[in-house]
Design a protein around this ligand. Sequence first.
Ligand code: XMP
Length: 311
Amino acid sequence: MPLNTKRFINDKVKEIKNKAGKSRVICATSGGVDSMVCAFLAHQALGKNLIALFIDDGLMRENEPQTIAKILRKKGIKTVIIRTAKVFFKALKGKEDPEEMRKAFRHIFYKTLGNAVKKYRANYLIQGTIAADVKETKGKIKSQHNVLSQIGISPKKYGLSIIEPLVKLYKPDVRKIGKTLGLPKIIYERMPFPGPGLATRVIGEVTPQRVKIVRKATVIVEKEIKKLKPFQAFAVLLNDRATGIKKGKRAFGNIIVIRSVESKNAMTAQPTKVPFKILEKIQKRIVREIPQVTKVLYDLTPKPPSTIEYI
Ligand code: XMP
């Protein structure tokens, strides 16, 4: 049965109000569709008692903290940006195994939220976990950053009580809710962006320098592929190097992969049939604008056997 978005919103607003009462609540927003929908929903239920937290962990896309805070504040949502990149990079230092990286990210993420909840004397954390996050984590495909109790980790460990209003929904319904809630179109139509951010697109160690390379490439890929309206498109930095020629000299540079996929609910995905002209333009821009890169590839693999992200 198709989702009745108005009824869903009314039910969830009631549920959040009943749980939270007059207490203060924090919503963790990464700028992705799910967490933004969650923030707007919680605002409808709680008004001034809601604080949206944007954790600037150094792993976000270009200008993301400012862009997202502006949208939240325009809606009248009290928004706090926590600048804590150093702590995240320290936690990720020396880690190359994807699950180790994901778990380190998850730990610091909830620790940061636990501290914020204490600081702002909030009683609850609202977060935008959706059905696919839980399914993949429980299925041991990968540990999504926002799944705890479903795999036996008590949020109390971080001093948190968690509310997850979207946990039964998949992405298309989340977008519909976002539209009904009055989110800006650029948000409810936005490509998904994972909570651990660009760390899911850096193979090998996640350092500020390596994130900077993939961030620049991401801007280019998103801009040039946007008109094809893929489900999700981004750049990935590999852990290998390739010999190239830059300014007439040998250069042993970085390798960037362009990833673009079509999907309905992120559980399966097909590579986008990107016209070669667009791929060529992206390649030229990446090699020209990011001096450290000597090779650009396009990923043709569907999910399964690949996943959408790289870690
Ligand atoms: P995968 O890579 O598992 O991704 O095929 C499926 C969808 O989930 C997003 N993704 C995440 N989202 N926390 C999130 O909030 C995570 O840890 C995470 N890992 C992957 C991914 O971007 C894709 O849309």
